[in-house]
Write a protein of this length. Sequence first.
Lengths: 670, 251
Amino acid sequence: MEEKDKTIQANVPVIDSKIPEGPVAEKWTNYKAHQKLVNPANKRRLDIIVVGTGLAGASAAATLGEMGFNVLNFCIQDSPRRAHSIAAQGGINAAKNYQNDGDSVYRLFYDTVKGGDYRAREANVYRLAEVSNNIIDQCVAQGVPFAREYGGLLANRSFGGAQVSRTFYAKGQTGQQLLLGAYSSLNRQIQMGKVKSYNRYEMHDIVIIDGRARGIIAKNLVTGKLERFAAHAVVIATGGYGNTYFLSTNAMACNCSAAMACYRKGAYFANPAYVQIHPTCIPVHGDKQSKLTLMSESLRNDGRIWVPKDIEDAKKLQSGEIKGSDIPEEKRDYYLERRYPAFGNLVPRDVASRAAKERCDKGYGVNNTGKAVFLDFSEAINRLGIDVIRQRYGNLFDMYEEITDVNPGELANEINGEKYYNPMMIYPAIHYTMGGIWVDYELQTSVKGLFAIGECNFSDHGANRLGASALMQGLADGYFVLPYTIQNYLSDQITVPHFTTDTPEFDEAEKRVQDNLDKLMNIRGKRSVDSIHKELGHIMWDYVGMARTKESLEEALKKLKELRHEFETNLFVPGTQEGMNIELDKAFRLQDFITMGELIAYDALNRNESCGGHFREEHQTEEGEARRDDQNYFYVACWKYNGDDEKAPTLIKEPLEYEAIKVQTRNYKS
Amino acid sequence: MDTNISFKLKVWRQAGPKEKGHFETYELQDIPTDTSFLEMLDILNEQLVEKGEEPIAFDHDCREGICGMCSLYVNGHPHGPATGATTCQLYMRRFHDGETITVEPWRSAAFPVIKDLMVNRNALDQIQQAGGYVSFNTGGAQDANAIPISKVAADEAMDSASCIGCGACVAACKNGSAMLFVSAKVSQFALLPQGKAEAKKRVKAMLSKMDELGFGNCTNTGACAAECPKNIKLSNISRLNREYICAKLSD
């Protein structure tokens, strides 16, 4: 108790995460045994809004519909099937132990907590590991074509941060297949009339009535009109905020505006500094680039990451005098295998990304910008043959070739009888955001009746997410957690009649949204949305990126303030508000990305330690590894909005309490 | 890799669903060939905005060739001249200096234009809603390894399931048929034991919905499979026909 008190400042309120009683392995069972439920007749009387149709949103909307609730489901794209979950390549984790390699619910739980650098909430992670097996059963029953062995049973592969093979996959298109599974269940509910689907709609605000979330204001992106929707509860499943950095692996429409609307209405925003930088992306090629392309982490199963041992070789690579395949085995530095013998190329993403940056910063980068390392399949191709490798990664090789004009499976050189194939070039890029809307154990935000699921909440990955765990979390929240926990909230709402949208609260919310759109249209400055967004991206990557310092973060906050001023005085949006206006929609999102950028910087500045995806240069060991400060920062940082985007938010702490796992320094060396 | 090209872009502009559309020609200078086709459009849009004009509306999202959102008809081909790739995976190195590149939206009775190059593909969702699923509620599943499925069937189902629902097959088809799209989903479930129970109902429901929504019929020209960015095979349509005949015969 004493230990805990030390870490909490006396004047800051502590928030209740509603973690159930009992040992960690029994909490979810206990919760379900004692929670309140809604009977079938009453479910018909309750309406639920679900914003988003990714893995979390689609699975939640479908499951709530199956249960009998009336669901209103919104997506920004032209079809629910296009949400960005579809782009996940590698796989989904589950603790099935089908490979008999020692996996268990506890081990998946442990690996996830450790991978998250001991900054996740233990109880949530255990529940995630517990329901992981149900997800695989569920998806197979839906007809998801997972990869199989010749005996007809499911195949697995290994992923970063684990010493077992627990990742289920469908070629390099696992996210697509899981999303299409959820989409098919959603379609069935749409057909049955239990889910009403609104495509090409974007949420602009949450409507709060008597302290509870009761509806949303959404813009019909085709007509340009604002529309009102009311419900007994609102679920946000709108993904992460990676596009704050302009260049990321997120889709173009991914944005944080729904999350920011919740934040402005009183939902705390937790751990925004925890941003995942994925080690295996195709390097940036020029200033006209619109987004970055991820190459699946599964490539690290057979691909070996290296840079030259000799700086001279690196210089020749940078000037284009030689190619990677000209450098023989003994002159290659497989730095991950060298530094982390136990996990080698399969260290977690944050570790792999920082190691790449370290080599490139020292001058060992392998392309003309000096910001790339090699991912090489020569050894695997020589061992297994090109056919096996193509079967495993063929579509990724093709994708790489289409973008870069280089075929990684092509024999490029032979030195002393050793065959060398074209290596890929990779570099880290913004990929996923662990931070998000704060939720309690029930996935409810600090606003009553407002829930957040999937990437847009903060709960399960701590400071770093392991590969193949995002799909797991999205589907766990949507299929198996929220449909239970939301009933505990709705059980006392059964006498509340269906809402009308004809209330002063809706009037006021719509007016605020309309005023904001008018404001954006009427700035009539000189700069396009994208030009300001690119500038934001540069500030974020340079000062709030892979390595942060107190000085860089203070500088970022200063620059962001200037950028907000530039946005508010010099933005130009062409066209009108009649019908579709893509520039206006982008301007609306950029406005929130700027606020988000500040929030990330505030949080990063506050957290005087390095952990997971958050690396502060002042806090590292002599070997360059992250140094945590459990004494002072063993908490979830929750940020409360102060009524104005220009005012600094207030920090509220949720102390972490670990019962099952001993908190220690992460070790991937032995 | 670092060469630049200049060319003319003939683009379909249409202000709204009910407005009359027309081609507009733009000149683009010094575009690096390692720019993607959509990035090239971004550059043009940026120039238009700078001139105070409205940018060209086109659908796009993941830019990795998987979401199925992008849908441009480039030089007479859905998704342009590259095979097995979506518009977002098309790079300017496929084009030549001085060329005129024509860009249109998907043209099909079932896909009305919303604005410029953007069309409404809601009809594809409606076909899926008619039966593209296994009727199964969350929570009731048996263990995932309870039913072994041969690797051959699983791999083939995966190939069919790769369809991204972009609608290129419809745009390529002279009849505006969605047969390749429908057959991909029907095949996925026909190949897997999970889909068997509702197979007959599914194939009839999805085909009748396709007819109802104004898609044309299949005359086996094969343009759909030739243009499909995910290489969905024509044999799926054969399987669909078999499934349909079997379902009808058992009526």
